[in-house]
Ligand binder design. Sequence first.
Ligand code: GDP
Ligand code: IMO
Ligand code: MG
Length: 453
Amino acid sequence: MPGLVIVGAQWGDEGKGKVTDLLAEGADAIVRFQGGNNAGHTIVRDGEEFKFHLIPSGILHADKACVIGNGVVLDPHVLLGEIDGLKRRGVDVGNLRISSNAHLIMPYHVLLDTAGEVKLGKLSIGTTRRGIGPCYADKALRLGIRVQDLLDEKILRTKIRAALEPKQQALRELGVQRRKLRREGGEGPDAIADAPDPRLDLHTMTEEHVSFGHRLEPHIADTPRLCWEALDKGGTVLFEGAQATLLDLDHGTYPFVTSSNPIAGAACVGAGVAPTDIDEVWGVAKAYATRVGAGPFPTELDDDTGRHLLERGHEFGTTTGRERRCGWMDLIALRYAVRLNGMTALTITKLDVLSGIGTLRVAVRYRSREGAVLDRFPYHQSILHGVEPEYEELPGFDADISGCRTAADLPNEARAYLDFISEFAGVPIRLVGVGPGRDQVIWIGDEPDLRAA
Ligand code: GDP
Ligand code: IMO
Ligand code: MG
């Protein structure tokens, strides 16, 4: 299976990092193809936790090429921090490759993200405030700064000047907002609050980014070619999705989505490979559901069961530390994700979190405000916002399953729960997570032969 996409099947944080790390063992290259440091991918190895925001989750395999593809938006300051952090922990990052066409998240993007959210008030999306949306907006406006621009000071300065100019109005408003907030906080106007933000000074920004360029230069490469070469010699390339299907800009719960396309189809555009290079699509879903930020979430629980999932599942955002909203597994949404991504396999993570919760429920249809029964994910926002899920009840299990390593070790009820999901979604489950550790998994069927070429 030379080209394999790993994609989030729900609203993110399904455990894509862990699945990537596991499958990376047999891969030649691991490629991030969209999103930026809004992602937080966790890997636990021998009790040691690694959290990646930009660096692909294959980096702990020193012999694999780890690629930040052209579809990613990259905050160089964050990336360099991540590189330094890994080096301090003795991880070799020599195989990190960065597309020269990836767009840069600039300081003004981060400020605009916050300004936009503050301005929306109650209607805010609950973004990670990492500058993702404004950066993709500039890419579409053709005002973006790309990784390759870091290598030429003159071009960089010209491009930053052009990009900065149309933002002055919004940023001025942000300055006014800040001063207002400070005054409301009883601080009164002061010289610092009224001074121009040094992060937005053209000269300072240019100098700083030239120095980022010097540090990143050894990693900048022709990344599509790197993928082609691995694929053409029969190797395996993993495309590591960030965010997830229901956060997709086109197919998710718009406007409560991210600003990129996390679905499998985007791997081609975001990495520079052809649709015919993709052989497998593995969807990652939790055994229940979570969501961070605002937006519809039909199976959300606001009760003790929701609390159990939050606490037992440690459902706090990797990137922002926010509490994740928790609820039951939504099979209507999952079946939608299976079809949209063309999933060939499913991974169900965090099955261990369900033990001791009592009877399990999975949403198998929705009922609209008008009483219509819906067995497909609604394509109209107003309908989705108004649906009530209807559940199938399945027997729960109490045993601690974190030590199970084969399907036969699992309680019958846990196996029946997995079978129900797989049958409803119409796709085989190949991997089940029973704990955060990389060994805490159950392969169903043969372990894939992903030997590197
Ligand atoms: P990602 O963004 O999809 O990579 O997922 P995150 O890393 O944001 O969140 C998943 C969390 O669940 C991480 O803290 C993982 O260590 C943890 N995790 C992954 N798989 C399992 C599992 O099977 N059981 C448990 N209990 N935790 C898991
Ligand atoms: P991983 O890769 C969960 C959510 C934010 C917000 C919306 C838009 O770890 O699964 P953005 O900053 O992208 O403009 O925010 O998307 N969001 C995520 N939720 N996991 C993520 O990434 C997310 N990345 C963005 O909470 O609701
Ligand atoms: Mg995450």
